[in-house]
Design a protein. Structure first.
Length: 158
């Protein structure tokens, strides 16, 4: 279900007034055979610069930059599973429609429905849609420090 999303970006005119600087449609890309993602915006500096005129969606290819953020809509295919992965970011997710399961490497499974949120803190996880319907989510990724557990670095897989 490759989707398109309207993206409205605001900024300031030369007098400092708030204005719409862009009102456009952003196309989804295939993140895997079972998921489509729309990259709405990203930053490559933290804190970000609200006077930066670059199109944030063009700053990155996949996840949050080394010192930045990323904002996505992700659609998950029915009866599908996204491969296990770990990112070097803290990820804020919200289910907009449908149902999704977060499967952790400990064996824990968390069921998420519309309006539910999840905060992924560098954990190894799989996303699973066990229903016959598409699931739509929103994710904001914020780069984090490298993960170290018991004095040992834990590498991201994505």
């Amino acid at each position: 279900m490759r989707h398109r999303a309207r993206r409205v970006v605001t900024g300031h005119d030369s007098a400092g007034r708030s204005v719409v600087t862009s009102d456009s449609v952003v196309e989804a890309f295939e993140a895997s055979p079972t998921a489509f993602a729309t990259r709405l915006w990203a930053t490559d500096d933290f804190p970000s610069d609200n006077t930066d005129d670059r199109d944030g969606a063009q700053l990155i290819e996949t996840l949050a930059a080394d010192n930045g953020t990323a904002f996505y809509i992700v659609d998950w295919a029915p009866n599908s599973e996204f491969p296990a992965h770990r990112t070097r970011s803290i990820d804020y997710g919200v289910v907009l429609s449908g149902e999704l399961e977060a499967v952790l490497d400990s064996g824990q499974v968390v069921h998420l429905g519309p309006g539910d949120s999840i905060v992924q803190r560098g954990t190894l996880h799989t996303w699973r849609n066990s229903t016959d319907d598409w699931t739509r989510t929103v994710f904001v990724l914020v780069t984090s420090r490298p993960l170290v557990i018991d004095g040992k670095p834990v590498e991201p897989t994505m």
